[in-house]
Design a protein around this ligand. Structure first.
Ligand code: MSP
Length: 509
């Protein structure tokens, strides 16, 4: 059995979750669900990044302690993920004791290996990024991401000797062509490395909200340096090393494009410095934009976008969980930027869900009711839909495996379209009850059963509901994909139920 370890970034708790975070988390969840369905031993990690200046500032601005603030905001992420039916295996908070253990043992290894030293650093800092900028990267003295003035910071800090890893990183990139996808983003990461690497300041004395440095009690670790290690904490690094060894380095980090440098340059170098393998795969995604602007918490606070309109829970309350999940997965491929719009969501809902999937499920049940007494007929082994289903299963599986949920859904919807087309061509509603109509409906029911399995990573609740209406045993995910999608399994004599419309059409503006 293969194993599949997937992570989202851990989200800052300076404010509430929004649709951009939902985009990443829903994609990771659907990928994890696909791998579980395929029979892989799967571990899906998400969580919250709770240290650093930005979070300490948010707590102070709200008049509460950092711990109280992080407890409150981390809970909001959990609530959002519950609303979106996110089935994570672990939710890590970087303020947990297990994380301090992992960070301290990982960084002590790097220290003992001689890659950490003390020096004074003066630089231009953006608190929103929790990052320094150079005169080249921020020529105007303002942050290129947040547009805010940078602050000059001078600190005596501990440094990580990133510059020592330039050649090793380049060798690693050479040896592992698939380590960062898509290739455009891989080239960007390579560009950072080839452009020259400067050592990085990894501790702070200006704040105390962080993991203490074990060898120097005046310092806490810089938030990014502690955050990346979460991916090891959750698999037991420092607390259950045998377990950590069994999962690492076969990991897939799903991340947004602005944190490439941290994940594709710093993190592999940190792993090398600590004497472990770098992460096997980083999949980069773009940003969801509203009217061409990034949907970010910081900009929302400045009133540039109205994020209150696009909080995950509000979307789910308005459109239902599976339409929101479907829209996020189907509309924007992993790797490119996408426009987030309610018009496009409603369009996808009415076209793909109401007209195609919902209509297929309803019409099959209706005709089984009128022509077969409501009972499923036997599945003919020789059916044009058997071939179509096999093509769709292969294409969808390959797309999920390649981190292309939008293509997996496109292949699945092709089978839905083929099945609807098959019904229109044969018009079973015009046939007399008998062998001919039974053959048509037996094929259509079996195709719908396979569609339901294929839909399940994206829309688990809808898949369960269709399965129930089809009166099938177990659930769409109770047997592995390869077995579940083999043609010819729909048992005859099942009492198929039509039920209420799965996706009542929405009014368009
Ligand atoms: N805490 C760091 C990550 C540490 S991982 C070791 C962080 N947090 S964040 O909350 O600012 O962003 C988390 C993720 O959300 C990033 O991958 C980012 O790209 C993603 N998104 C934030 N806004 C987004 C959009 N508008 N669209 C898509 N994803 C975006 O960075």
């Amino acid at each position: 059995m293969s194993r599949f370890y997937i992570t989202t970034p851990i989200y800052y708790v300076n404010d509430a979750p929004h649709a951009g975070h939902a985009y990443c988390t829903v994609n990771a969840d659907a990928l994890a669900r696909f791998h579980r369905l395929r029979g892989d031993e799967t571990f899906f990690l998400t969580g919250t990044d709770e240290h650093g200046q930005k979070v300490a500032d948010a707590a102070a601005a709200n008049g509460v302690s950092p711990q109280e603030w992080t407890d409150r905001t981390s809970a909001r992420f959990r609530e959002a993920w519950t609303a979106l039916n996110i089935n994570f295996d672990d939710f890590i908070r970087t303020t947990e004791p297990r994380h301090a253990v992992a960070v301290q043992s990982f960084l002590t290894k790097i220290y003992d290996n001689g890659y950490i030293y003390k020096d004074t650093y003066v630089g231009q800092y953006c608190v929103s990024c929790e990052d320094y900028f150079t005169a080249e990267s921020a020529p105007e003295g303002t942050c290129p991401i947040h547009g805010k003035p940078l602050t000059e910071m001078e600190e005596e800090n501990w440094f990580f000797q990133l510059s020592a890893f330039q050649d090793r990183l380049l060798e690693w990139y050479d040896a592992t062509p698939g380590n960062v996808t898509p290739s455009t983003k891989r080239n960007e990461a390579l560009g950072f490395i080839k452009g020259g690497l400067r050592d990085i300041s990894i501790t702070r004395t200006s704040i105390s909200w962080g993991v203490p440095v074990p060898w120097d009690s005046d310092h806490v670790f810089y938030v990014w340096y502690d955050a990346l290690i979460n991916y090891l904490t959750a698999i037991g690094y420092g607390t259950d090393d045998a377990r950590a060894d069994s999962w690492w380095p076969s990991v897939n980090h799903l991340i947004g494009k602005e944190i490439i440098r941290f994940h594709c340059v710093w993190w592999p170098a940190m792993c090398m410095a600590a004497g472990i393998e770098p992460p096997a795969h980083v999949q980069v995604h773009g940003w969801l934009l509203v009217g061409g602007q990034k949907l970010s918490k910081t900009m929302a606070q400045q009133g540039q976008v109205r994020l209150t309109d696009i909080q995950p829970q509000a979307l789910v309350a308005e459109y239902g969980v599976d339409p929101v999940r479907y829209y996020l997965l189907r509309e924007t491929p992993l790797g490119t930027d996408g426009d987030f719009s309610l018009e496009a969501l409603v369009q996808r809902y009415n076209t793909d869900l109401a007209n195609n999937l919902g209509n297929l499920a309803a019409r099959v049940a209706t005709v089984v009711g009128s022509k077969c007494g409501g009972l499923s007929p036997a599945v003919p082994m020789d059916s044009v839909l058997a071939e179509r289903a096999a093509v769709a299963v292969d294409a969808a599986a390959a797309a999920w495996e390649n981190f292309q949920p939008h293509l997996a859904l496109e292949a699945t919807w092709k089978l839905i379209g083929d099945t609807n087309g098959f019904l229109e061509d044969n018009a079973p509603w015009k046939m007399e009850p008998g062998a001919e109509v039974e053959a048509v409906l037996g094929s259509a029911l079996e195709a719908l059963r396979i569609v339901t399995v294929l839909v399940s990573p994206a829309m688990p609740a809808t898949a369960d509901e269709i399965w129930r209406r089809l009166a099938l045993d177990g659930t769409p995910t109770s047997v592995p994909l390869a077995t579940a999608t083999a043609w010819g399994q729909f048992p005859s004599g099942r009492a198929v139920v039509k039920g209420d419309p799965l996706f009542p059409r929405l009014a368009t503006a």
